[in-house]
Design a protein around this ligand. Structure first.
Ligand code: BG6
Ligand code: MG
Length: 218
C-alpha cells in the first residue's frame, strides 16, 4: 500500500479547544473595552498567540507598550490554561480516534501541525501523545499560518514530499497554509468559511474510511 503523510491541526480538529481560545481572547478583549465576536474570532483561528493579540488590538484601534503586550499574552494564556486544566480524552472530537486508529493500522505516517505552544500538554492530557510519529507545534515554528512552515516541517519530519501530504484544518489561515505548502487541504467546519479547502467536512463523523483509503491510493 502506498503511503501519504497525514498532518492534523490540533485546536478545533483533534480537540474542542478552539472554544476555549475564543473565550479567553474575548475575556481579554472585553477587559480592554474591545468587543470581540465569534465571527471576528474566525480570523484568529490557527494564528499564533502574538498575531492573535496584534489582531485584537487592531480591532480595538489600540497600541500598547512591549511590556504590556507581554503581560496581555500571559494573561490570556493563563486563562486558557485554566480552561484546559481538567481536560481529558472526553474532549477528543467525535470520530477522530476512529480515523487515527485506521491510519495507524495502515502504517500511514501521522504528524501534528499546530501553532500552539500548549500542544504537547494537551496531547498528553487526552492520551494521544504516542499516536503521532512527529509533533510540530508553536515551539518549533517561527512563521504563523498561512505561512506553510509548520506543514513543511511536518512533512520533513515524516520524510514525505509535500504533494503526498494531506492536512486537516479548521481555520482559514491553516487551509491557506496547507495550500501554500502544495498539500491536499481538508477543511473541518463550515463550507462558507473554509471554501479554499480541497474538501470540507462538518466534522470527522462525515469522513468515511473509504474516503481515507482513496486519499492513500491517490
Ligand atoms: C492555534 C489556535 O492552534 O494555536 C489559535 O487555533 C491559538 O487560536 C494558537 O492562538 C496559539 O496557541 P497557544 O496555545 O500557543 O496560545
Ligand atoms: Mg485549529
Amino acid at each position: 500500500m502506498s503511503k501519504k503523510g497525514f498532518i492534523f491541526d490540533l485546536d478545533g480538529v483533534i480537540v474542542d479547544t478552539a472554544k476555549y481560545h475564543f473565550l479567553a481572547w474575548r475575556k481579554l478583549a472585553n477587559s480592554l473595552g474591545i468587543d470581540f465576536t465569534e465571527v471576528q474570532n474566525e480570523q484568529l483561528k490557527g494564528v499564533s498567540r502574538v498575531k492573535s493579540l496584534e489582531k485584537i488590538l487592531e480591532l480595538g484601534n489600540k497600541t500598547v507598550s512591549e511590556d504590556k503586550f507581554m503581560e496581555l499574552m500571559a494573561r490570556k494564556n493563563n486563562d486558557y490554561l485554566e480552561y484546559i486544566e481538567n481536560m481529558n480524552d472526553d474532549e477528543i472530537l467525535p470520530d477522530v480516534p476512529k480515523i487515527l486508529d485506521f491510519l495507524r493500522s495502515k502504517k500511514q505516517p501521522i504528524s501534528l501541525g499546530s501553532a500552539s505552544k500548549n500542544a504537547r500538554v494537551i496531547l498528553q492530557k487526552v492520551n494521544l501523545f504516542e499516536t503521532f510519529d512527529a509533533i510540530v507545534d508553536g515551539t518549533n515554528v517561527s512563521k504563523a499560518k498561512p505561512d506553510p512552515e509548520v506543514f513543511l516541517n511536518a512533512a520533513k519530519e515524516l520524510n514525505m514530499d509535500s504533494e503526498n501530504c494531506i492536512v486537516f484544518e479548521d481555520s482559514v489561515a491553516g487551509v491557506q497554509a496547507a495550500n501554500n505548502a502544495n498539500m491536499i487541504s481538508i477543511g473541518i467546519g463550515e463550507k462558507e468559511v473554509l471554501h479554499e479547502a480541497d474538501y470540507v467536512f462538518k466534522d470527522f463523523t462525515e469522513i468515511s474510511i473509504d474516503f481515507i483509503e482513496e486519499l492513500i491510493k491517490k
